[in-house]
Design a protein around this ligand. Sequence first.
Ligand code: NAD
Length: 512
Amino acid sequence: MTGLAERTHSSDIAGLASINHWIGGRLVEGVSGRYGPVYDPATGRQAKRVDLASVDEVGAAVAAAADAFSEWRATSISRRTEIMFRIRNLVDAHRQELAALLTAEHGKVPSDALGEVARGVENLEFACGIPHLLKGGYSEQASTGVDVYQIRQPLGVAAGITPFNFPAMVPMWMFANAIACGNTFVLKPSEKDPSASILMAQLLAEAGLPDGVFNVVQGDKVAVDAILEHPQVKAVSFVGSTPIARYIYETGTRNGKRVQALGGAKNHMVVLPDADVEMAADAAVSAAYGSAGERCMAVSVVVAVGDVADTLVEAIGARLPGITVGPGSEPSAQMGPLVTREHRDKVASYLDRSTEQGAELVADGRDHELYAEADGFFLGASLLDHVTPEMDSYQNEIFGPVLEVVRVPTYDAAVRLVNENPYGNGTAIFTRDGGAARQFQFEVQAGMVGINVPIPVPVAYYSFGGWKQSLFGDLHMYGPEGVQFYTRAKVVTSRWPDPGTSRVDLGFPRTR
Ligand code: NAD
């Protein structure tokens, strides 16, 4: 298939490519008359525009998904598996095109974009194992002549609402398991970088997925609210910021839907005095500034314990001039621009506020020449030392290339700091002491823990999810818990008695 990237839109209006919906197996131009801008963050120019769906357009996508459900859920597991394998192979074959769209609209550099696609493909691969994953349980002779078994059945129409920072991977976290389990799906991607959703829709269709099983509605709050209100949407998976996650969870569950809503993060990396400082500094820099800090699992706080602080801050600071900031088109670039000008400026605003409140600005990303001179939304790497929990920069998720260092005297103080933080997505500890690491794993309040690993994103056969305000709902995303989320249990009790052996018995059924 060639020219796929060009086929993510159906019309050029006023010289701007228009990103449309995908409903019932084809591109559908928006008719709401509402559009959002899609920027090229590296140039700062609006490159495309995206349709913003009306309530009726969401209704059309849900109707297409609902119509497709009965046939899709009746499709044999082996046929669904065959399609999942084809989807996996087609996405694998189009990694470069997908990654190019991410660089063009999100701004992340190509190596990072390819990494995102690779982690998404792992979820497709997991879903190829659906025959094994959907096996139920069977208890023979639960009572005399009675067998009991549990089957897991799909829910119906599931919806996914996704953030700007992983426009390919996070949708794959959701739709891979959802459709493999026999559901149909409506994706509402971020309006900031919507093209990857349409390329994925094209690939799913080419893989043989029946029309209507996977749909995309582009949009904003109007589309989200229409999804949350729609009676035929049975489940909603959300990834984004904490205030919106809370809203999605509360509204969706109030409307009777099953909801998993993953929110924001403030990921702490604890460095004990016995840690290998060079290794810890490499890890902190990689995890804090990769993807310009726009990762929900980015390390945003280093917790320096005891006398490691001075050497650690020096080692981190020494690495920052070596980070090459630039557009994704520049092969040497390691860190691209931020997603929008507003977001870049908001991130930068924390630097002054934090220093006014007593932090020390060791490196100021605004000193980078691209911050002042380029039209793109660039900001260099910033490092704040002597940050305390009361400061604005600590209290908020910055979501940019700003690393904060909080100094604490002891391991216990470090754990207290992590546990008192309202977020609980990921955390990490760097140490050579296995006992300390094990104790940390035991008592830390976070959903994903790294031991000498700074970004502990679980592999696709485990599940991804935070604690506290990083997740609303019970089930984590993708992996085994994803399969659980997208299916519901049915328990069958059965017997095949010989004719003439039954009698009336008003007693409560006993098993013994
Ligand atoms: P966001 O919450 O602004 O948007 C997420 C989605 O919600 C988008 O599709 C958007 O259109 C929609 N939305 C935005 N405002 C809305 C409103 N008022 N009502 C209804 N829907 C609305 O998040 P973002 O800026 O796109 O993404 C960054 C955030 O996502 C960060 O907070 C980051 O930590 C978080 N994130 C979390 C994870 C995780 O796994 N926990 C992963 C990636 C990103």
